[in-house]
Design a binder for this molecule. Sequence first.
Ligand SMILES: [Zn+2]
Ligand SMILES: [Zn+2]
Length: 354
Amino acid sequence: MPSATALKHRPRPTSVPSKRKTHALATTAHGRERNCSVARTVGILSDAWAFLVIREAFFGARRFETFRSALGLPRATLTARLNNLTQQGIFRQVHYAEGSSRVEYRLTKAGLDLYPPFMALMQFGDRWLTGKKGPPLQLIHADCGKECKPIVGCSACLKQVNPVDSSYRDGPGAGRTPVRGTKRSRRASDPSQFMRGRPSSVSLSLSVMGDKWSFLVIREAFLGVRRFDRFAAELGIAPNILTDRLNRLIDRGIFKKKKYQDLPERYEYRLTEMGKDLYGSLVAMMAWGDRWLSHGEPPLQLTHKACGKDFTPKVICDKCRRPVTAHNMKYRLKYDPHAYEADSDYGRVAPGRI
Ligand SMILES: [Zn+2]
Ligand SMILES: [Zn+2]
């Protein structure tokens, strides 16, 4: 991954986020999707089962039966997800003991590195979605010993980033790639599945965003798209699916509709304050995709206008501004884990439980 420092001497773009410089390719949008690290990451996390399996691994689950009892998944479904996530490099299979045919599923480096984007999604859920009960987890950053609410910061100046303060331009991996046939026809998973098992703000965030199409609609909004036809053209999405996703996102408080023309009546779709607050989570997911799925060629380069430098989004502690990782966070559960964790596997290997 090229560091922000390596890129900082490139000429800075003069454009604001709504301007695209090299998207002439957009005319061929239909059937080709934008190279995008958010989409690549979402491709993994928007599958509710896959996400839940990864989440339980962060809580210390390693064995098939542990995952199964915590999530109530059918065996065949769980086997398919674990194999798929192993193929994608999120898990590695380790034999219980020498000569044993049974395997444990352990997060790889790439898998453990999903922790920072999970933290960003968790904070969004804590801010907007947990209601009266409040956040299910309290986090303590081991590096500074303080209670921590991770933020997504600029790698150059460590200040929190937001969509107003950041601009973007095409990176070395920009462009479009033909969509593989199966991806478009696959039925979206039911967002309520994210809510299985333990209380989780990450689940709340993912269920509000919904399926992969919804993520992509939100991404386009951050890239400056506001009108129906433009969303449809950029994403190559069928109008009925787009209408459905936009209505759902309005219903969940992510978008608001604003009339811009009377005859005929036409509306723009704009992110609400809550919707704009997804920026940190999206760029944190993008950074993960850049690190692990982009072969060193990020499709998008971000610039932090506040400090003038190109940056990589970093999930950092709001108190000491040092990085948040799976190994330097401790957490306190605000619920009874026995209701959700059926196996002694838990707690044995979970990073940082207090
Ligand atoms: Zn900065
Ligand atoms: Zn800290």
